[in-house]
Design a protein around this ligand. Structure first.
Ligand code: PMP
Length: 397
């Protein structure tokens, strides 16, 4: 898959594959000013020095205030700054998972979380979900049967489906975690990117057994590699020790710049602009899907985030469709790798965030041609003969 997706980087390809924020919307001037401020005056040398594992106290205070505003009352002392929220996942796995421990996930779910649990030697079990997210009755059964160490959820605008766990279910899921003594990891990099409806309080606001992971990647910039863990007090020491063993601390200068940025920049105003731009991109993509996808295809209608999840009709394998799409200079991610247990190969993920509406229109047109719009399945003869030589064998299995 990695080799195949390398073909996506050709400039002529319109890619709906990567879950990237739009680079033209990065606040370059704001971040330049923030780094300049962090490297000016008497504190500059401290910002280039080793620092505390827990992170920059000012930054932790700003992040705690943001979570408090989302309905999750937090203090600076609750926050452990991480090198992206991806590191938060690694630290939680290190602190909570013995080899052979059981992790419960929704299917499909975030690919790199599955990799992280796999590397920790965990056994991954799937729980049923529907349009409102994970099914609490099914979850109660899985908890009783499997006695897992943790439940991993992306409850708001999930990667890859775009789905959101309803408010009622958030409460029930948090209760079940308390009752069965299971830790929940609430991974929330997309929560602020809402295009419709009212914000929901985090799952962590309903119970004590939730580790909330946040990120500046989607509202600031992913190249900063700044995320955080809101640490329940029972796990705090273990997570700090795991972080110390991993990288001592997250970049001091990056944290100082972010602390300055959060103090002086209008991040809420920036997020509001992101919402307007991404809403238009989502609407453009969703508006075209009925024309582009074959009859019988289904797709999600996300209230926020970056992704639409599609299921093609019939027995088609989207991994075999991707080379056809690439031959038409358009890309998506085949769905199978997002499944932990039983893959639905007819699925695929489309990201609308990093293409302008004009590019989305053209990319959708190309996708329609690649899918032979109107046909219910792709004949294997549609594969261009040149492409299989470009693709490694691993990508075609
Ligand atoms: N969790 C989910 C669900 C994601 O989609 C991503 C990024 N694609 C991450 C975590 C990692 O984000 P970060 O850049 O903060 O490490």
């Amino acid at each position: 898959m990695r080799d195949l997706l390398a073909l996506v980087d050709r400039p002529e390809v319109i890619s709906f594959a990567g879950g990237l924020p739009a680079p033209e919307l990065f606040d370059v001037d704001g971040w330049r000013a923030a780094f300049d401020a962090a490297l000016t005056g008497p504190a500059a040398r401290r910002h280039l020095q080793y620092a505390a594992t827990e992170g920059d106290l000012r930054l932790r205070g700003h992040l705690a205030a943001r979570m408090t505003a989302w309905g999750l009352p937090s203090q600076a002392g609750d926050v452990l700054v991480t090198t992206g929220s991806q590191q938060g996942l690694t630290l939680v796995a290190a602190a909570l998972l013995e080899p052979g421990a059981t992790v419960v996930v929704e299917e499909p779910t975030y690919l790199a979380a599955l990799q992280c649990f796999g590397m920790a030697g965990a056994r991954v079990v799937a729980v049923a979900s529907d349009a409102d997210g994970v099914d609490p009755d099914a979850l109660a059964e899985v908890f009783a049967r499997e006695r897992p160490a943790l439940l991993y959820l992306v409850p708001t605008f999930a990667n890859p489906t775009g789905k959101t766990l309803s408010a009622r279910r958030r409460e029930r899921v948090a209760e079940l975690a308390e009752r069965y003594g299971v830790w929940i990891v609430e991974d929330d990099p997309y929560g602020e990117l809402r295009y419709r409806g009212d914000a929901l309080a985090p799952v962590a606001s309903y119970g004590e057994r939730v580790v909330f992971l946040g990120s500046l990647s989607k509202i600031g910039a992913p190249g900063l590699r700044l995320g955080w863990v809101r640490t329940p007090s029972a796990l705090r020491a273990a997570l700090v020790i795991a972080k110390q063993a991993a990288d001592l601390h997250t970049s001091t200068i990056d944290q100082a710049a972010a602390a300055h940025y959060l103090a002086v920049a209008d991040l809420d105003g920036h997020v509001a602009r992101l919402r307007v731009a991404y809403r238009e991109r989502r609407d453009t993509m969703l508006g075209l899907l009925p024309q582009v996808l074959p009859a019988g295809a289904t797709w999600t209608d996300p209230d926020g985030g970056m992704f639409v999840w599609v299921r093609l009709p019939g027995e088609v394998d989207t991994a075999a469709v991707l080379p056809v799409a690439l031959a038409h200079d358009v890309a998506f991610v085949p769905g199978a790798p997002f499944f932990a247990v039983r893959a639905d190969r007819a699925t695929l993920r489309l990201s609308f965030s990093s293409s302008t509406p004009e590019r989305i229109v053209e990319g959708m047109r190309r996708l329609g041609v690649a899918l032979g719009s109107g046909s219910s399945a792709l004949p294997s003869t549609a594969l261009p003969t040149a492409l299989p030589t470009v693709l490694s064998a691993g990508n075609r299995t």
